[in-house]
Design a protein. Structure first.
Length: 180
């Protein structure tokens, strides 16, 4: 009888322990779920950051490709310009009057044989001079027009009197005939 009571008590204690243990398991499980959820969120954020990095890396690559293309284009245009000058023009200038020569120009006797860059420089200057001439021409034409516009009509008294006399004759034709 006493033993049975002891067993009962032990069982009760065990049942209590079991209950506490299962409560702790529940709490741990909740915590674990929370951690799992948090981990999922972090993974998601990491993926987003990775994608953003990829896009940025792509942008950077495209930008540097564009810069490279631009460099090539500038180089190509410059090279073409120089090649054009080489093919088309040869400018020889007397040393006495030359102002566009540089260290790359060749010397030949009393002359400079202009290098491509010097030819480009002199061509630019000629172009500018032609523009200036063109503007000067336009300005002179404009000035002339203004002068013509502002010219006062010259009053010729002799002609005026002649006209007046003719008018007088017309108006007083009877008088004229009477006087005759
Ligand atoms: Zn030169």
């Amino acid at each position: 009888m006493k033993e049975l009571q002891i067993k009962k008590n032990e069982n009760q204690i065990l049942a209590q322990d079991l209950k506490e243990a299962s409560t702790r398991v529940e709490i741990i499980k909740e915590k674990s779920d929370g951690l799992k959820e948090h981990n999922r969120k972090l993974q998601k954020e990491l993926q987003i950051k990775k994608n953003e990095n990829q896009i940025l890396a792509q942008d950077l690559k495209e930008a540097s490709t564009r810069v490279e293309m631009l460099h090539q284009e500038i180089f190509y245009v410059g090279a073409k310009e120089i090649e054009k000058v080489k093919l088309v023009k040869k400018i020889v200038c007397s040393k006495k009057v030359s102002i566009f020569h540089c260290k790359d120009c060749k010397e030949k006797g009393n002359d400079y044989i202009y290098c491509p860059q010097s030819i480009i420089n002199i061509s630019d200057k000629k172009e500018k001079e032609e523009k200036i001439k063109e503007y000067q021409g336009l300005f002179e034409t404009y000035q002339k027009q203004e002068e013509e516009r502002n010219e006062e009509p010259i009053f010729d008294e002799e002609i005026f009197n002649q006209i007046l006399a003719k008018l007088d004759i017309t108006y007083n034709s009877e008088k004229v005939e009477m006087e005759k």
